[in-house]
Design a protein around this ligand. Structure first.
Ligand code: SF4
Length: 338
């Protein structure tokens, strides 16, 4: 086992984990809510330091990241466990699995081996995704340092629970923060994720951008009856404009019924159109409709002249931008274009 970062000792050999917003107090012999951090005699250890569940070479558009090195391939890594308890999680077999110490059934991939693999397959970057990277800091920090040293970009696909202390460690080495904003009210967040401290999530996301200059894109999976009210969607959009700026891409994606949310319908297209309109009305310049095949709202338009700068079909992107500028009027399209 690998000793954890960012924990503090408490009385009676308990410890408090400071990696994510749960800030679990863990008694000897116990694990935190994510199931991946174990207290051994007053010291906290991670069970997943070099344990991976999935390794894939993906288009960066799949994350989705639309304004960040479009058309490149990223090596995507996942592990096990999660700080959230989402009833409709699409990766439940990974996120709900509680690893055991030195589990021989789990594949080993050290951070250095992950970077070697990314270079071997000529990926442009390394991304931590599938389960939540906020609970995998010991791996992501080492991997991100090495990735940057080898000229790769780095990205989190995250539920946004990383604490400021976590972000201060990874910040110098993390380029992109693709974060879920699952709802705006604590009640809706509790329903969709089993976590209601919305302020902590929003604070971490704003801090990732303001303190560390990460490229941030937000995703809201619009789920019927849970977060599809105007107040929820307009609240998210307004917060993005105010805290992250109007150039921040917001992806409103179609929910598909699954597991604990199998009783809910898929998101009607009309609801996604309403979410899109609310985002635009709030002042967001780049709102995208996701999980809908070939929807025209997956294209990137110039906010000045409305010309199409990037066309997308599925996960394929074709960019006509010229050094990040509109091909028609030369106006700046915000992003990290590489
Ligand atoms: S990473 Fe988060 S959920 Fe896991 S033990 Fe630490 S505070 Fe708890």
């Amino acid at each position: 086992m690998h000793e954890a970062l960012l924990y503090e000792p408490l009385d009676h050999a308990r410890v408090r984990c400071g990696v994510c917003a749960r800030r679990c107090v863990v008694a000897p012999g116990g694990c935190g809510i994510c199931g991946t951090r174990m207290n051994r005699d007053g010291r906290l250890f991670t069970l997943i330091y070099d344990r991976v569940s999935a390794v894939h070479l993906d288009p960066i558009e799949k994350k989705p990241l639309y304004h960040f090195h479009p058309g490149t391939a990223v090596l995507s890594l996942g592990s096990f466990g999660c700080s959230f308890k989402c009833p409709g999680c699409q990766n439940g077999e990974l996120s709900r699995r509680a690893p055991v110490e030195d589990d021989p059934a789990l594949r080993v991939l050290t951070p250095a081996a992950a970077v070697d693999a990314a270079l071997h397959v000529e990926a442009a970057g390394l991304c931590w995704t599938y389960n939540d990277p906020a609970i995998w800091l010991e791996h992501t920090l080492e991997g991100a340092r090495l990735a940057k040293a080898h000229g790769l970009y780095t990205a989190y696909v995250t539920n946004g629970t990383a604490t400021r202390a976590h972000l201060d460690l990874i910040g110098p080495y993390l380029d992109a923060y693709r974060v879920d904003i699952k709802a705006f009210s604590p009640a809706a967040y509790r329903t969709v994720a089993g976590f209601a401290d919305v302020a902590a999530l929003l604070d971490g996301t704003a801090y990732a951008k303001a303190r560390w200059g990460m490229h941030v894109e937000c995703v809201t999976n619009v789920t019927p009856t849970i977060n599809d009210a105007d107040a929820e969607l307009a609240g998210i959009a307004g917060w993005i404009v105010d805290a992250l700026g109007p150039d921040t891409p917001w992806h409103v994606t179609r929910f598909h019924p699954y597991e604990g949310f199998a009783h809910l319908p898929a998101t009607p297209l009309a609801t996604l159109e309403r979410a899109y309109a609310l985002g635009r009305a709030a002042g967001l310049r780049y709102v995208y409709v996701g999980n809908v095949a070939d929807d025209p709202r997956q294209e990137t338009h110039c906010p000045a002249c409305d010309a199409v700068g990037i066309r997308r079909s599925g996960y394929r992107a074709v960019s006509d931008l010229r050094d990040g500028a509109c091909p028609q009027c030369g106006g700046v399209i915000a992003g990290v274009w590489g």
